[in-house]
Write a protein that binds this ligand. Structure first.
Ligand SMILES: Cc1cc2nc3c(=O)[nH]c(=O)nc-3n(C[C@H](O)[C@H](O)[C@H](O)COP(=O)(O)OP(=O)(O)OC[C@H]3O[C@@H](n4cnc5c(N)ncnc54)[C@H](O)[C@@H]3O)c2cc1C
Length: 497
């Protein structure tokens, strides 16, 4: 036996002994080098800057917030996640939890140790109970692929590479399906969670209900390491289309002079028709750069084609004629194949900053800001103002989701190409948000910002993300993470940390 394998054998013996004590005292720690040996011996990975796989593993979706961790630990089992947590906690080593790497603040990474879920990829569908169990390392395209060919859909992200846990923990909306089936967080039946000291617990309506409440809207990374979630899945049976297809409308106007009339007409339709028919979903994009602009409305309809025509045509006939109008029938998997992969490669080539305003309504003064022309810059910048229609998407009111009353998330993405322009571009985005907030102030139309579009530059983020849930979330944090081990900028602190 070489000295390495002797050492390794001892490490395993050591860990086995400790694991047997684990159930009794609840805490289990090993040395850092033993931790690495145990993780790799169970099929996990440990990556440092010099390792071949490191650059790919450490790269975030958005280059504008890239930060390089000193060590990436990828456990392959739940016990190894627990062991990593208890060990790193006892050694006072700060960590971040990494999922799909789409956090707009880059909060899944830092310059220290990262616990990455990439190897936790199992999923199990139970057709009888209409549920799916998903491990933390899954991204949405993998889940949609597993459901493809069935009549079922799930509430997940439109970007195929977003991680399932990060998305769901902050609410998670899907502009095409959420009006029918709720937010991602409304659909979770239970979580399996590893806490800071390596204890594994279940959170559901009957087991640790406070934690269950907080994990549904309180945001990723705050309360523990979510190992797996059980979600409801939904049979698409109202459309009369094969294999769970939905109808998708894609409507485009390219004459900028028409945009105000198009939006006014759409807002009227939302007020008078769509608010009363949850089969209708919308996602509006107003795109502007120095050469081009267009207004695109994606609509989705969870009902028969004949109803679609009779509902949408009267609306469209009252406004400016669109340049393009198409209706296609797609399954959930086909939608992301058509729209997702091409639009959202991983990582994206550009640099991005996104802001968000959760709005009850959109007034004329707000339209003035939405329709502003291209900012005057010496570099190339594009703005995609997303207006996501969310009226009545929150189906379970007993969660930490703080926005049961909103109708829109106004979420513009600003896109540019070089790091020298980072601060100017971010400034443009933040001042745009301030102008929108000022325009909305007299009517109190904006009530917060969306935690999944976390904005490191947001003032008063506690109120903006959490509203009246802030105090309860802190109390729950105090119970589940009293020493504030799961910590990042804009993370929830315990009371008296
Ligand atoms: C192109 C794009 C499109 C998007 N579209 C939508 C959309 O349609 N609807 C929507 O609601 N959101 C959308 N988002 C926002 C997205 O849901 C959030 O950025 C989400 O937090 C990303 O999760 P992630 O796992 O990919 O990212 P990560 O950066 O890996 O994680 C996000 C946060 O969750 C924490 N976290 C990750 N895994 C775990 C875990 N296992 N346990 C505990 N904490 C964990 C991380 O520490 C981090 O704080 C989009 C984002 C992008 C970039």
């Amino acid at each position: 036996m070489t000295s390495l394998s002797v050492r390794f054998g001892l490490a395993l013996l050591h860990s086995t002994l400790i694991l047997s004590i684990f159930g009794v005292i609840g805490i289990n720690t090993v040395s850092m080098s033993d931790l690495e040996s145990i993780i790799t011996s169970h099929g996990g990975q440990v990556l440092r800057i010099t390792d071949v796989g490191y650059p790919k593993a450490a790269t975030l979706w958005n280059a504008a917030i890239q930060v390089w961790p000193s060590l990436i630990i990828r456990p392959a089992t739940y016990d190894d996640v627990a062991l990593a947590l208890s060990t790193l906690y006892s050694l006072n080593v700060p960590i971040r939890i990494m999922g799909g790497r789409h956090s707009y603040g880059g909060y899944c990474s830092h310059r220290g140790v990262v616990l990455d879920s990439t190897l936790l990829k199992k999923l199990e569908i139970d057709w009888e109970s209409e549920t799916i169990t998903m491990q933390a390392g899954l991204i949405w395209s993998e889940v949609y692929a597993a459901l493809n060919g069935s009549e079922y859909a799930i509430i997940g992200g439109l970007c195929p590479t977003v991680g399932v846990v990060g998305y769901t923990s902050a609410g998670g909306y899907n502009s095409l399906y959420s009006r029918s089936y709720g937010l991602g967080s409304d659909n979770v039946l239970s979580f399996k969670v590893a806490t800071y000291n390596g204890t594994i617990v279940t959170a559901s309506s009957t087991s640790n209900p406070d934690l269950y409440w907080a994990l549904r809207g309180g945001g990723g990374g705050n309360f523990g390491y979510v190992l797996e979630m059980i979600h409801k899945i939904h049979r698409i049976n109202q459309t009369n289309l094969p294999t769970g297809q939905h109808s998708f409308l894609s409507i485009t106007w390219s004459n900028r002079n028409d945009f105000r009339a198009v939006l006014r007409n759409w807002l009227k339709f939302v007020d008078e028709v769509a608010n009363f028919d949850t089969r209708i979903g919308f996602d509006v994009i107003i795109f502007t750069n120095s050469e081009n602009s267009f207004l695109l409305i994606y609509g989705s309809f969870n009902g028969p084609h004949a109803d679609l025509e009779s509902i949408f045509q009267p609306w469209l006939s009252k406004g400016p004629k669109p340049d393009i109008y198409t209706v296609k029938n797609f399954t959930q998997f086909e939608v992301i194949t058509v729209t997702g992969t091409a639009n959202y490669p991983f990582p994206v080539k550009e640099r991005q900053h996104i802001v968000s305003a959760m709005a009850i309504n959109i007034t004329e003064a707000m339209l003035d800001v939405l329709l502003e022309s291209q900012p005057n810059t010496t570099f190339q910048i594009s703005q995609y103002i997303g207006v996501i229609y969310l009226h009545d998407t929150n189906k379970d009111k007993n969660t930490a989701w703080a926005f049961p009353d909103i109708t829109f998330d106004i979420a513009p993405g600003f896109v540019w190409y070089t790091s020298e322009d980072d601060s100017t571009a971010i400034n443009i985005a933040e001042s745009w948000l301030k102008r929108l907030m000022n325009a909305a102030a007299p009517t109190e139309s904006i009530v917060g910002g969306y935690l999944n579009y976390i904005d490191p530059y947001m003032d008063n983020w506690q109120q903006m993300y959490y509203r009246e849930h802030w105090d309860r979330l802190r109390e729950i944090k105090t119970v589940w993470d009293p020493t504030w081990y799961f910590r990042f900028p804009q993370g929830i602190p315990p009371n008296n940390p």
